[in-house]
Design a protein around this ligand. Structure first.
Ligand code: HH2
Length: 270
């Protein structure tokens, strides 16, 4: 089973929709729209992690996300908090978040693992290097897939040791986080090697710059590349798809999944 995670960026500076949903009412309305379009999970974030982004302090991040979280918990979708601060994650859990999405892979706040264990939350561990200010400064790997896999295995062992059951852990190769265009493509081409670790895999390619580089498209015009990469990631075993444009990706993945299975059955809702 696959699930689409809709992105709710409550930020002034996100790379593709910065400022559009900084107003809590706009963010809540956007979240409801994404659920209506088929998102099973909403990922709420109050700090941009785009290359070059400036960090925000805890109070600012809390002020942005807290009013939005409580209302979006009413949508019935699973609520994910996109943060690397354990204090923000803790406050989000109190307002209904059940998935902690940490783009630093527990490097910034290792206590995030114990927090997930304590509250029975799911945990997404993503690979990244450095921090958003510097991560795109000439990233180098001998073999990007081997190194990302080793990092994720290490962080997975740490989280399991802290008490999070492996079934509640999602792994993410961190497309665009300290990666060149070719690094991103190798990670997608060999995504089955990340899936082989044995956890569900989350993939986030939506509107990212490597799609623009390949297709020659601005950030507002990268849906085709987003769909192509998500469909291929599905074929290679990814389970959760983090996107801005939920409706077209839900359709693309439904058709791709039915095609891979060679059969389709209508979903019953009774
Ligand atoms: N990408 C972004 C943010 N959070 N989390 C996971 N697990 N995987 C990703 O690939 C990922 C993520 C960046 O995208 P976006 O939220 O649209 O931009 P910004 O960081 O500028 O707010």
């Amino acid at each position: 089973m696959h699930a689409v995670m809709g992105i709710v960026n409550v930020t002034p500076d996100s790379f593709s929709d910065g400022g559009a949903f900084l107003d809590p009412r706009a963010a809540v309305a956007h979240g409801y729209r994404l659920v209506a379009e088929g998102a099973a999970i909403l990922d709420v974030g109050g700090e941009s992690t785009r290359p070059g982004a400036q960090p925000v302090d805890e109070q600012t991040e809390l002020r942005r996300v807290l009013p939005v979280l409580e209302e979006l918990a009413e949508t019935g979708a699973q609520i994910s908090i996109d943060t690397s601060k354990a204090s923000v994650a803790r406050a989000a859990i109190e307002r209904g978040a059940t998935l902690l999405n940490d783009v630093t892979g527990l490097r910034r706040s290792p206590e995030m693992a114990a927090l997930a264990a304590e509250h029975g939350c799911e945990l997404c561990i993503m690979h990244s290097i450095g921090d958003p200010r510097t991560m795109q400064d000439d990233p180098r790997y001998d073999d990007v897939v081997d190194e990302v896999r080793a990092f994720l295995e290490d962080r997975l062992a740490f989280a399991v040791d802290a008490g999070v059951p492996q079934e509640r852990i999602l792994l993410d190769p961190g497309i665009g986080f300290g990666k060149t265009v070719d690094h991103n493509l190798q990670l997608l081409q060999r995504l089955d090697e990340i899936v082989a670790i044995g956890c569900r895999v989350l993939i986030g390619t939506s509107r990212k710059s490597f799609l623009g580089t390949i297709a020659g498209r601005e950030v507002s015009d990268r849906l085709g590349g987003t769909i192509a990469t998500n469909v291929l990631a599905l074929e290679r075993g990814a389970s959760v798809f983090r996107v801005h444009d939920v409706a077209p990706v839900v359709d693309a993945l439904a058709v791709a999944a039915a095609t891979l299975a060679g059969r389709w059955r209508p979903t019953t809702t009774t």
